[in-house]
Design a protein around this ligand. Structure first.
Ligand code: ZN
Length: 403
C-alpha cells in the first residue's frame, strides 16, 4: 500500500487532499466537516480517503470508554453524571482519532447501537446494557461510507441515522432496543463519503437530495492532466506493487510530522472571518439566490480552515475562492457557479487590496505540500475569470459534443 505522502497529487485530486486535511483539523476542534468525493472509478478517491488513517492525530479519552468521552466534557450514559474526581479516578488514555467505516451490509444496530449480548448472557451478573454502534464509537473522529449513493438507495434507515448525525454540529444518534429505554447521545463525527455518480443508482443529489446537501463540501475528482503525472503514478505504483510493505523509518517520520502539524493547527483556533468577507458572502447568497444557508456556513468554516492550513493569521478572499467550488458544487447549477466564480475573480482584479495578490508567486505551503519540494499551484486565486471546465478538470462538465 502507498503511504499518504506517496500518493501522486495532481489537478484532478488536489482538492480532495485539501478537503481531508481541513476535515481532520476541524474534527479535532470538535466541529465536524462532512465531505463527499464524487468521481469515476479509478480516480483514487477511496485510496486517498482511507490512507488518511496513517496521519490520524491522537485524542484523549476516559480510559476504555467506547464512546470516546472527552474527560473535560463526558457525554456517554456511563460517564456523563460523574464528578471530575470520579473521572480522574478512572484515568485517561490517548488513542488515534477514530476512523470507522459503514459497509453496505451493516444493520441499523451495528451503525447506531444494540443490546450488549456479552453482558446479558453473563451468567454471574446478567445485565441489560447497550453496545454503542459504529457512529457513537466514532465520536470525535471520522465515519467513512463508500458508494453512498447506493447506501442511500438501499438503506433508508441508515440514511436517516446519517441525516440526524449530520443535521446539527454536533449531531445526535438514538440507540433503540426493544425492552430498553431509548438512549440519545450527542456525536461529533465528520462523515466522509465517496460515490460514482455515473454508476447505479446515479448521483446522490438525485437519490436523496437532503443527504447530499448535508455534505459541507463535495469534491469532483478529475484525472491527471499531464503525462508527467501519469508517469509518476505508474512508477510509484510499481514501487508499491504487491508488497504490503512496512513503512520506512523516514516515511514514518514524515507522516508523524504531518500528523503533529495538523494537531498544532487544530489548537490555534482563534481565526475570525473579517466583517467585509461575511458581508461579501451574504451578498452572494442574496444575489445568486443560493438555496441553503448551510452553503454559506460551509464556505465560512472551510475558508477559515484553508487559511489555518496555510498558517496565516488573516482570512483572505483567496481562501474563499479556494473553497467556493467545493461548497457550491452540489448546491447551484454549473452555470451559476461559473458566474459566481467569475464575479469573485473580477472583484479580486477590481479591488486589488482585497485578496493580497501582489505576492501571488510567494505561496505558503500547506503542511503536507512540502514533500520533496513538490508543490501544486491550485490555491492561488485566478487573476481573471476562468472557465468552469478549467476549475474542475475534465469530466466534471459535459460538453455539448458529448451529450
Ligand atoms: Zn464515556
Amino acid at each position: 500500500m502507498k503511504s499518504y505522502l506517496q500518493l501522486t497529487r495532481h489537478m484532478g485530486n488536489n482538492a480532495l487532499f485539501l478537503a481531508v486535511e481541513m476535515s481532520l483539523v476541524s474534527t479535532l476542534r470538535g466541529n465536524p466537516l462532512h465531505i463527499h468525493a464524487e468521481g469515476l472509478r479509478g480516480t483514487g478517491k477511496t485510496t486517498i480517503m482511507r490512507s488518511v488513517k496513517q496521519i490520524l492525530p491522537n485524542i484523549t479519552r476516559i480510559k476504555d470508554c467506547l464512546y470516546n468521552c472527552d474527560p473535560e466534557k463526558p457525554h456517554c450514559p456511563l460517564h456523563r453524571n460523574l464528578t471530575p474526581q470520579e473521572i480522574a479516578d478512572l484515568g485517561t488514555e490517548e488513542i488515534p482519532m477514530p476512523y470507522l467505516e459503514i459497509s453496505h451490509s451493516a444493520k441499523i444496530g451495528t451503525v447506531a447501537g444494540s443490546i450488549d449480548l456479552s453482558k446479558i448472557t453473563n451468567p454471574s451478573q446478567p445485565e441489560a446494557a447497550l453496545l454503542p454502534g459504529i457512529i457513537p464509537q466514532a465520536h470525535r473522529g471520522i465515519v467513512f461510507v463508500d458508494e453512498i449513493n447506493r447506501l442511500a438507495d438501499t438503506s433508508p434507515e441508515i440514511t436517516d441515522v446519517l441525516l440526524d448525525v449530520m443535521g446539527t454540529k454536533p449531531g445526535r444518534v438514538q440507540i433503540e432496543e426493544t425492552g430498553l429505554p431509548v438512549v440519545e447521545v450527542p456525536v461529533s463525527v465528520s462523515v466522509w463519503a465517496a460515490s460514482n455518480p455515473d454508476e447505479e443508482p446515479g448521483p446522490l443529489a438525485e437519490i436523496r437530495r437532503q443527504l447530499s446537501d448535508r455534505f459541507d463540501l463535495v469534491v469532483s475528482m478529475g484525472r491527471p492532466s499531464t503525462p508527467e503525472e501519469v508517469v509518476e503514478i505508474l512508477s510509484t505504483n510499481e514501487e508499491a506493487q504487491g508488497k504490503d510493505r512496512e513503512l520506512s523509518p523516514q516515511e514514518r517520520k514524515r507522516l508523524e510530522k504531518l500528523q503533529n502539524d495538523l494537531a498544532d493547527i487544530a489548537l490555534q483556533n482563534g481565526l475570525k472571518m473579517p466583517d467585509y468577507l461575511t458581508n461579501f458572502l451574504a451578498n452572494l447568497y442574496i444575489k445568486y439566490n443560493i438555496e441553503s444557508l448551510r452553503a454559506l456556513e460551509a464556505i465560512r468554516q472551510a475558508a477559515l480552515l484553508h487559511c489555518a492550513l496555510r498558517k496565516r493569521n488573516q482570512v483572505l478572499i483567496s481562501d474563499i475562492m479556494a473553497v467556493l467550488p467545493l461548497a457550491l458544487n452540489h448546491r447551484v447549477s454549473p452555470a451559476t457557479l461559473t458566474e459566481i466564480m467569475n464575479a469573485v475573480g473580477s472583484r479580486i482584479v477590481g479591488d486589488q487590496p482585497i485578496g493580497d495578490n501582489s505576492n501571488k508567486k510567494q505561496r505558503e505551503a500547506s503542511p503536507s505540500e512540502n514533500r520533496e519540494g513538490q508543490s501544486t499551484d491550485d490555491e492561488a486565486p485566478p487573476m481573471k475569470a476562468r472557465y468552469l471546465r478549467d476549475l474542475f478538470g475534465k469530466g466534471a462538465i459535459k460538453r455539448e459534443s458529448e451529450l
